[in-house]
Structures are given as C-alpha cells and as structure tokens.
Design a protein around this ligand. Structure first.
Ligand code: BGC
Length: 759
C-alpha cells in the first residue's frame, strides 16, 4: 500500500489508460483498483444518518438490501436538536460503523438549503437557514472525519428540489447564491475539512455542476482553499473531459470505461491538457492513500450496537419539538387512562426513502415501548397504512372503533405522512396530513378528554387546519430507530422536550416565498425570492406562520435578561474570522423542572443600503438549567457573519450604521433587543460615469468638484437630480457641463475616461 507522499512517484508509473481508468468507479461503490501497482479499491457508501452498505450479492443500486446499521434520526430531526456536540457524537458513531464495514468514505451529509417545504428530500437536509445548517452539519462532518473516515458533502450545489433534478437549470443571482446556497458548504469546509464533495446533478445558471469551472475550481478551491476530492452524484456526468478541466475528479459510479476512453482521446488529440488529467488522478490517489490506509489500520474494529442504539434514542429524544402544550397536557402524570391510537404507533414511520434508507439494527414500536412501561395500554389503529396489519381494513370502521375507545380518555394520537408522501426522486405536491388522519383527529376529539398528537413526517406539515382539536402536538420528525423510546421518555416526563424548529411551519403553502417559482418549468427554476428564503421571506411579506423557525416548548419556563453587546470598530485590515461582536446575557429557569433553553441571536441592519432581511440567525446556544438556576451566556460573532455579498466588488462587505441585536426563543418571539452603532469604513461602489449624483455626493472629494456645475439647479429640482447618472448631464442639461468638462472631471476624480460609445 502506498502513502500520500508516494503519489507523485506512482503517478509517473501510470499509463494514460490507467490514469483515465482511475477517473471513474469500478462498480457502484468502489474506486478503480490497479493490481499491477498495488493500488486498491476504496469503498464508499451512503449513510448520512446510518450506513447503507450494500450487502454482498445485493442488487446494483443496493436499495433493498444493506447490512444492519444504526438508523439515527434523519437530518431534519438532527437539526432540530440545535446541538452541535451531540451531532459530533453521532458522527463518531457513524464512522465506527463505517470502519467496521470497511467503508472509507460516507456519502453525506446532505446539506442543501430547504428552499421550499415541498422538496422531496427535505427530510435529508438540515434547515432553511444556512448558518444553522452549516454549524450543525460541520459538527457531524468533524465527528466522522475525526475517526479517520471521509465524508462527501452533498449535493454541491443548488440541488433544492427533486423535480427534474438531473437536468433542471437553477437560475440564481450572485448574492443569493453566495449568501444562501454556497455559504453552507463554505462554512463546513472551513470548519470541518470534509475529504470529498459530491457535485449535484442540476445546472446552475446554465452550466452543469459536474463541469462548472467557476464552482468547482474558482470558488471551491481558489477562494475557499478546498484541497479534497470532488466526485459526481451518481450519474451526474455530461461531458467528462469538460469535467476534468473544470475540476471534477471522480465519476461515480462506473461508466463502464466509456467516459474514461473519451478523456484519454481528449488528451491524445490535445483537447485536454495532460496536466489537468494528472491533477485529477493525483487527488483520486491521495484519497485512496489516506482513507484506505485508515481502513487497514482499523478494519478489526467493531461497534457496540447497544451503545449506538442508546445514542439513537437520546438523539431522537432531543430531536422532538413540542409545538403546542395547552394546559400542560404534557407530560402525562398517569398512564392508566391513556389510549394509544393511530397505526403509526404500531408501524413506526422513522426514516425516509431513497439512497439514505437504512436497515436498522433494531426497531420497536411506540406501542410496545409504552406497554413496557404500562402493560395495559389499549390500542386502536384508527386508519389503514400500507404494509401494516390493517392495510386493507375499511377506514370508516377503524375510525369508529378508535372514536369509541377514546371516550373520556387521554389519547396519544399518532399521525403523520405515509412513506410514499416524501422520498428522494420526487417532490411533495402539498403539505397536508392525509385526510383520514385528520378525520380521525376530529372524531377522537368529540369523545376524548385530552388529545396529544404525535407527528411522524420528514418535512413540515401544516397544522393550522386541525390543530384546534389537539391539546398538545409533539413533532417527532423521522426519528430513526430510537423514535419510539423517545416518545415514551418525553410523554411520561422522564425527559423534557428540547428540540427547536429548524424550518418554519407555515399556515399554508401559499405563504411561502418560494411558491411563485417552484419547481419551475421548461427545464428551468428561477430562485425569484432571492435571499428571502424561509423565515426571511415570510417576515418580509408579513406572513405569520403557525410555528416559526426556532420555536419549541418544554416543560419549564425561562427568563432572559441583561443583554450587553461589545462591538469592535471595523477596519479594512480585519480578517473575516475576527470577532467583532460579543454579546452577553443571562438565562434563568423560572419553572419547577429542569430543562433546556435555546437562546438564538438574530441580527438586523436598519440603515443598510442594500436590502437585508429583518433578522438573520447568527448564533445560538443550548443551555441546560435546573429549576431556579441562572447562567450567563456569551455569543460571539465574526466579521464575516455581519457581512453581505457585495455584487459590485464580488466580495463580503460590511457597512457602517445601526446594528440591531436580538435574543429570541424563535424568529418571531424576541425577548431582548439592543441597538449599537457599527463603525466601519463606508461602503462605496466604484465611481464611474454611470454613477448617480447621490453616489457622487457620498464621496466628498468628488462631490466638491461636481457641485459647482449643478449650482443652477434649485432645491426643488434636486429630487430629480439625485438618481441621475452623471453621464446624462451633458446630454440632458447642456448648460450644466459639457462632454469635455465631464471627461476632465472623470479623470480628475479617478474614474475611467468617459467612453462616448456608451451613450
Ligand atoms: C443520490 C445521492 C446518493 C447516490 C448514491 C444519488 O441518487 O442523489 O445522494 O449518495 O445516489 O446512492
């Protein structure tokens, strides 16, 4: 086996054909081995929340048979923990299982922004907020990589829908792309250095990600300093030689030698430089050297399935979000008057479909887990569910039996989305629960004392049309193999809910900013809402959601006080990572149970010259407090977090003015607020002949020179002048200044000479 240092030596011994053979997989899950030079095959495998290693002899796709692995909650649930340390633990556990199976690189996590609640893969993605998604996914990646297993951050980039995912052209403006869609990847690369990235199927502004030089080389490597490998999503290659030149390293899975030959031919005829090929082959060999070596050292490792199951239960417990809890319906003090209703209590919905589907090491139903605590709990399925014992039973009959069982009791009502409602490969058409689930809720409400709804779904479902019938709602997401144990721990109060929403639950789909442009048409989707994704857009439009981003109740109450903020003076010499804002505040548990507060730091810029959201998440903490306990919390913010992407200079910029600093328990529920004056160099776009009079006014030296020419305009006509590009003055008002005077002026103040051709 060779080392990373030996890669140049090895490269020199490879023939052109051998080099090209390394550019694609040998099958679905391995890189190409070369026996002559003892280059082994490296195994990669899906597994963003549990390993999906294809079992020996299983079908090519490996969708049906994979080796048993711990099924952790899916990313939507992981993100609801707001708990980076816990995600690090999950990452280490995933890596242990990968090592046991000889897998060198885990294909995940998926970190695409939840642009629309309809995206079929939202259950596999973290959040509608790039800061939260980036922070949490970085912790997961660090956890995996810390154990010597590689990750593949996916899908780079703008894979925010399943509709036409292999061809769709995502039209996104520069600022939106940088601030919302690329920044997640950038943050994770900086914080966690993933071994690989997986490029997306789609096109971005006309160019397929797999051959996008700007994306894969200029941004990813030149700007962000990524030194790992880029592989394709499965089958995402269009023009392989163009991909090599653009910075795409590995094609997956095998294209049966076809594309390798095309690359060899391109080199032979001089259409592709051999140095481009060598650069790509070097990266493939480095990956094999690094991660295959790790596998050899640790292949004897095994993992403890019980410990991993317990971790899965702990994470599922922390993922659940208590949306509503009228009259302290939860926790249940007694279990003896409880009836369990809903087939999902017996047939759990705990993971999504597609490439992330795991074969769990064990799986229990909430019904069984509850009955272990209280053996007598009665149960009624209430609705048919495909694949369940009552799949073919008449719905009306099930509903009536459930209604009568609910009479004068506390009902634990399990509702959610059936598996076929959300999956990789297609988007959702609506965000409603199935009609028979809602009908069951209404029926049960008529007879029951208390109704506690437990939801299992991978992405937001609307609650507005039915929630009046629920005393409490606990959103479990797709909680993995520990989801049933989590239910028991939470409803009995053994543990308190601590999850917070990482995505908005809108009143209805039509409130959502992406709705005008999703999923596009004629092969193209326009990201028309720009930076106003998720809560940013809802707030801008004045749309109150049912449950806002960041929301989550628990069994105690908190008070927040004493917000202080120190703001550094910003200078041009500061680097993006320098801390510029330090906030401190106190949190007190004012209830009589221990619990977890998740204070969230939001920033806003009332004086901004560019459009900015009302508030954006820029920090959060997870604080565990005993009853009566107070703690001080500090959150620091770097220069980069205060910046926006400036399209004039194509860089991250800040500007002076008021900074609104808020501490909230959700984006709609702000508990503390102060404003500070941010002192920073003014943000001035370069002066050109097309700069307006206002823009000249912002530069005192230039304005002093222009002002005399405008003396003939009175105050009353100033409004007209302000927005006028100066090059229009000689044209429209000959007696102000002549073309020659303007040309001189432009030279004097340091703009480019006046090109008459632009008129
Ligand atoms: C998915 C990827 C996955 C790959 C391999 C693709 O269809 O988009 O997320 O890693 O298949 O299973």
């Amino acid at each position: 086996m060779f080392t990373e240092e030996q890669v140049p030596e090895l490269l020199a011994q490879l023939t052109l054909e051998e080099k090209c053979s390394l550019l694609s997989g040998s099958d679905f899950w391995h890189t190409q081995p070369i026996e002559r030079l003892e280059i082994p095959a490296l195994m990669v495998s899906d597994g963003p929340h549990g390993l999906r290693k294809q079992a020996e002899g299983a079908d090519d796709m490996g969708l049906e048979e994979s080796v048993p692995a711990t099924c952790f909650p899916t990313a939507a649930a992981l993100a609801s923990t707001w708990d980076a340390a816990l995600l690090g633990e999950v990452g280490r556990a995933l890596a242990e299982e990968a090592k046991t199976q000889g897998v060198g690189v885990i294909l995940g996590p998926g970190v695409n922004l939840k642009r629309s609640p309809l995206c079929g893969r939202n259950f596999e993605y973290f959040s509608e907020d790039p800061f939260l998604a980036g922070e949490l996914a970085a912790a997961l990646v660090s956890g995996i990589e810390s154990e010597g297993v590689g990750t593949s951050l996916k899908h780079f980039a703008a894979n925010n829908q399943e509709t036409d995912r292999m061809r769709i052209n995502a039209r996104i403006d520069e600022r939106t792309l940088r601030e919302m869609y690329l920044s997640i990847f950038e943050r994770i690369i900086e914080k966690a250095r993933p071994a690989t990235l997986m490029c997306s199927y789609n096109r971005i502004n006309n160019t397929y990600s797999s051959e996008n030089h700007w994306l894969l080389t200029e941004v990813l490597r030149d700007e962000w300093g990524f030194d790992g490998l880029v592989m394709t999503d499965w089958g995402a290659v269009h023009d392989r030689a163009a991909g090599v030149a653009a910075g795409l390293d590995l094609e997956m899975p095998s294209s049966r030698g076809w594309n390798d030959q095309l690359v060899a031919e391109a080199v032979r005829v001089g259409a592709l430089a051999e140095s481009d090929l060598d650069r790509v082959v070097t990266r493939v060999l480095q990956l094999v050297a690094r991660y295959h070596r790790e596998m050899q050292q640790t292949s004897a490792d095994s993992f403890d399935p019980d410990a991993h199951h317990e971790l899965a239960c702990r994470v599922a417990t922390r993922s659940a979000v208590l949306l509503k809890n009228e009259d302290t319906a939860l926790p249940l003090l007694e279990l003896d008057d409880v009836v369990v209703i809903g087939e999902m209590a017996r047939t759990p919905r705990y993971q999504g479909a597609g490439s992330s589907q795991v074969n769990p090491t064990r799986l229990d139903s909430a019904l069984n887990v509850l009955r272990r605590r209280y053996p007598g709990s009665p149960f009624e399925p209430g609705y048919p569910l495909p694949g369940s014992p009552v799949a073919d039973s008449p719905a009306e009959h099930l509903l009536r039996k459930a209604q009568s069982a609910a009479s004068c009791r506390t009902v634990l009502l399990f509702l959610g989305l059936p598996a076929e409602d959300e999956s990789e490969g297609y988007d959702r058409q609506h965000i409603s629960l199935p009609a028979n689930h809602v009908a069951l809720l209404h029926a049960v409400r008529r007879t029951a004392d208390t109704v506690i709804v437990l939801l299992s779904n991978g992405a937001a479902v609307e609650t507005a049309s039915w929630e009046a019938d629920a005393d409490a709602i606990l959103e479990l997401w797709l909680g993995g193999q520990g989801c049933s144990e989590a239910v028991a721990r939470l409803v009995t109060g053994e543990e308190s809910p601590s999850g917070r929403l990482a995505e908005t639950i809108p009143v209805k789909l039509e409130q959502h900013p992406s709705q005008l442009n999703f999923p596009g048409e004629a092969g193209e989707v326009r990201y028309g809402e720009g930076i106003f994704v998720g809560y940013r857009g809802l707030q801008q439009l004045g749309n109150q959601p049912s449950y806002p981003f960041g929301h989550g109740l628990t069994y105690t109450t908190f008070e927040f006080s004493d917000l202080q903020a120190e703001l550094a003076t910003i200078t041009d010499g500061m680097s993006p990572g320098d801390t510029v804002l330090t906030t401190r505040f106190a949190v007190t548990n004012t209830g009589d149970r221990s619990g977890v507060a998740v204070p969230q730091l939001y920033l806003g810029y009332p004086d901004s010259t560019v459009v900015r959201p009302l508030r954006e998440l820029r920090g959060f903490r997870r604080v565990e407090l005993e009853p009566g306990e107070t703690t001080d919390v500090e959150v620091q913010v770097s220069r980069r977090e205060l910046s926006f992407w400036d399209v004039h200079t194509h860089s991250w910029r800040m500007e002076p003015g008021r900074l609104r600093i808020e501490i909230g328990v959700s984006v709609e529920d702000i508990k503390l607020c102060i404003e500070k004056e941010l002192s920073a160099p003014p943000l001035l776009p370069p002066l050109t002949e097309w700069s307006t009079v206002t823009e000249w006014k912002r530069r005192p030296a230039a304005w002093e020179k222009l002002r005399p020419f405008l003396a003939s305009f009175g105050k009353e006509s100033e409004f007209f002048l302000l927005d006028l590009p100066v090059c229009k003055l000689p044209l429209m008002f000959e007696d102000t200044l002549t073309f020659d005077q303007l040309a001189e002026l432009l030279v004097e103040v340091g703009t480019t000479p006046y090109p008459t051709s632009t008129l």
